[in-house]
Write a protein of this length. Structure first.
Length: 280
């Protein structure tokens, strides 16, 4: 056998050996699973209790995993229903808003008459509600009303739907306070747009946007400034009667203008509901 043929033969044997070893290791590893699922024999009640305990201890990822195992293994019954709702809360606290919204809406669709379905509606509002300010933001404040108001509008609509459907819900008072804050915030955003138009001497656009604030956001702090923008814009447009009318409305309502409402001052920090906590 020539040296070239011998080299090819050795290479062929080497490839065969590697294939056998790789296949063997794969087979052996299948005999000894790298991770044993200790929950495999747990009952529905055991899975549910452990998931709630993890949730209460802020172990949200663990709780999500246990709730999902519970629903997969025991898809019917009370435990599975509660697991679906509490999974939504766990995703919310784990800062995965899209998964949280999907879980809450799935619960609403599957269990429209559940005793805690009002919480699923309320939770959607919480998930989309602007986050509380950090210490850094209090030291270096930024006007959140200048940001895109779409998320605030979405949160408002979720809370509004909950309040309309469940006016006597435990969560309605909190939702109403949040709605007031969101309404103030969105109206202030509209005010910034009107001010932007004024700076660029687009007086018709400024007057129209300010008028929109007055018409659609009554009883918000933005109304008083919106009226003053209308007065100034109409003067620039040489519309003295309209300017006078806006000034008269401003003068008549000065005492009724509301002060700014800051959500942080309300002192409301939503915690885990009592019915979601483990029993002692």
């Amino acid at each position: 056998m020539s040296s070239a043929s011998l080299s090819q033969y050795r290479l062929f044997l080497f490839i065969i050996m590697i294939s056998v070893i790789t296949s063997g290791c794969s087979t052996i590893s299948s005999w000894f699973p790298s991770e044993v699922d200790e929950t495999k024999s747990w009952s529905a009640s055991k899975l549910y209790a452990e998931a709630k305990a993890s949730l209460n201890e802020n172990e949200y990822k663990t709780a999500i995993g246990l709730y999902e195992k519970l629903e997969a293994r025991y898809p019917h019954g009370t435990y599975a229903q509660q697991a679906q709702l509490e999974t939504a809360y766990a995703y919310y606290k784990y800062e995965e808003p899209e998964s949280a919204i999907a879980a809450a809406e799935r619960f609403i669709k599957l269990h429209p008459r559940h005793e805690h379905v009002d919480y699923a509606y309320y939770l959607r509002g919480l998930i989309t509600f602007p986050p509380r300010k950090s210490i850094f933001e209090f030291i270096f404040p930024q006007d959140e009303s200048k940001r895109d108001p779409n998320s605030s509008l979405e949160s408002f609509n979720y809370f509004n739907e909950m309040v309309q459907k469940f006016p006597n819900s435990t969560y309605s008072p909190d939702a109403i306070i949040r709605m007031r804050y969101l309404r103030n915030k969105v109206s202030k955003h509209e005010l910034h747009v009107a001010q932007y138009y004024m700076k660029r001497e687009a007086y018709i656009a400024a007057a129209d946007r300010a008028s929109y604030v007055v018409e659609h956001y009554k009883s918000t702090p933005a109304v008083s400034e919106a009226l003053l923008i209308m007065v100034e814009a109409y003067k620039k447009l040489e519309q003295p009667q309209l300017a006078t009318d806006a000034q008269r409305v401003y003068d008549l309502n000065q005492e009724n203008f509301h002060a700014e409402v800051f959500y942080e001052e309300e002192g409301i920090i939503p915690g885990i509901p009592d019915w979601m906590k483990p029993e002692n």
